[in-house]
Design a protein. Sequence first.
Length: 498
Amino acid sequence: MGTEPLLVARGLHKRFPGVHSLAGVDFDVRPGEVHALMGQNGAGKSTLIKVLTGVYPRDGGSITFEGRDFTPSSPADAQRRGISTIYQEVNLIPTLTVAENLLLGRAPRRWYGIDWRAVRRKAREVLAAFDLRIDVDQPLGSMSTAVQQLVSIARAVDTDARLIIMDEPTSSLDAHESEVLFGIMDRLKARGLGIIFVTHFLEQVYRVSDRVTILRNGALVGTFPASELSRLDLVTHMLGHAPEEPGPGTSPAEKGEPVLDARGLSRRGLEPFDLAMRAGEVVGFAGLLGSGRTEAARLLFGADAARTGTVNGAALRGPRHAISLGMGLCPEDRKIEGIIPDLSVRENIALVIQRRLGVLVSRAEQERIAREYVEKLGIKTPSIEQPVRLLSGGNQQKVILARWLAYRPRLLILDEPTRGIDVGAKAEIERAIHQLASQGLAVLFISAALEEVARLSHRVAVFRDRKMVGEHAGLSLPEIMKVIAGEKAPGGEQRGAA
């Protein structure tokens, strides 16, 4: 293939109020290559894709496509000019049939209108390349998420695109379906198409990519040949941490009574895992974004249905069952799944305590509980009747924490409790975790900030590519990074599965 780039972006800038999402980013894609775009959440990957495809206008820099200036006015304009995008979320029409979705806007026609027999025949031919044998006359919405994603991919591939952007295309696919997609990508490369591949699966990066570009905090870290970039270097560039100084770690927890015994838990896209926890123990889940750590936490709480496995000897029947076993969950997205924004601080704190008492808690008792935890956790609010949406992110997080502490769980799952809050509030939450563990509460702690995981956890379970790949005691930050990158941890006691 020729080495002249198909797409060239130079010095791209994009600003939003208070955020410089792209700060002078350079990026190019050659014909016949798969170019992986890597970075943690907030690194700028999605913004770059949206600038390249006309969702956002750029604030600075230049883009050329096939040697000509490229300033698309919309994703549809970008597609007409040769750039097709496959999004993580399926963006087709669920009420239309599979065939209608595949050929939407470009269906074969005859003198009397659309040739539906040709539409169905063409749809079957396109899907056969993906090893899909499904009824193309069925509504797309009746199919599984994986099938819908493959249909979306097939539609994009069957256009006249010269560049295809694949944003997390394998997030809903199993191993076989992913391999089918990789085979298609190999054929597209052979035809001279360029592919931008966004994924959080490290193994997939090395399976299909020719080059890797890494972004961090809106800036370009660098572009590297995939064959010359070690996994450890990739992780280090993404996180911005050089694994030089070992972290202090956390002293082993005293052996408390067992509070969790999860065995063989799995769901689609997450390999089976075991986990045991005792009272007073802090266990950290570490891994890159998309590694499976949040999915594992949601399985433990019953927020997602498990395909296999048991919790404390029985199949978990949802969050109510988990709560009855003494579990609580502070979810990753506190605004969507945590707080009820228009309810007051008092009402948000009192949500779960009513289940423990088994009766409707009186207004006076709600006020007493709310005041107690506002004082204990230092929640900054002018009143317990203040709508919780008006509080800062850190104080909203404390309200969710107060909700569960009032319930007195045996195990509390904290998924990204320090994300998006200021340094002071972060330190207060970390101190609260230490204090709760010392009082006998078991804490499962999940954070993208690996230094927090190393600092707070007695044990660390590491996830990579939707699989728990190791469980260790006393890991330092550099050691956690090595396990994430696929290297054996040099220190820390290996603990077997629960």
